[in-house]
Design a protein around this ligand. Sequence first.
Ligand code: SF4
Length: 213
Amino acid sequence: MLSSKDTVKAIKIMSEKFPDARTSLEADTDFHFLLAVILSAQTTDKAVNLLTPRLFAAYPTPETLAAAKLEDVIPFIKSIGLYRNKGKYLIACATDIAAKFNGQVPRTRTELMQLSGVGRKTADVVLAECFNIPAIAVDTHVTRVSKRLRIVPQKADVLTIEKTLMKKLPEELWIKAHHCMIFWGRYQCMARSPLCQECPLLALCAEGQKRVM
Ligand code: SF4
């Protein structure tokens, strides 16, 4: 298993290769960012960014979206998958924020997870991006990269991965690590054809060494 010291080293190497790694979701307010994260489940950030300007203009606040009907919202979001369910979540989430949180996106994981459509991953992304509160959201890229580098056991579930990364990395690296691992998974350590031969992490990576043998 990769030590804490080598995990920090791996993140530093990733951040040297991708110094500008950050979220690609675009939004003008915390509320709109939360909507964008909900919409991004099982679709690309690019597809979400294409539809959100019109959605955000139509529903600038939680109160305006809480008052909408599903059939009003669907035309704005039907270019992405699962749009009917996502539309229901958006309206329910806006209703919760308006009714329970005075129209403000809450700033704790516990409160965020009380909102409709918001699980731990979405809450972690919002904490980090909107409020700069250290958190590590674990998505498919973070999972794959953590397992290939043997930062976590191969059978680790999402919560174990998050907790292990939080234990092995200092808090000030959590947000950066999340971004770097996503970029690493997208552009270096892809699911089907990871670029092991030319990977600057090869010396640290048991999986990569097996693949290039
Ligand atoms: Fe991924 Fe291969 Fe690099 Fe390991 S060596 S991190 S498997 S690309």
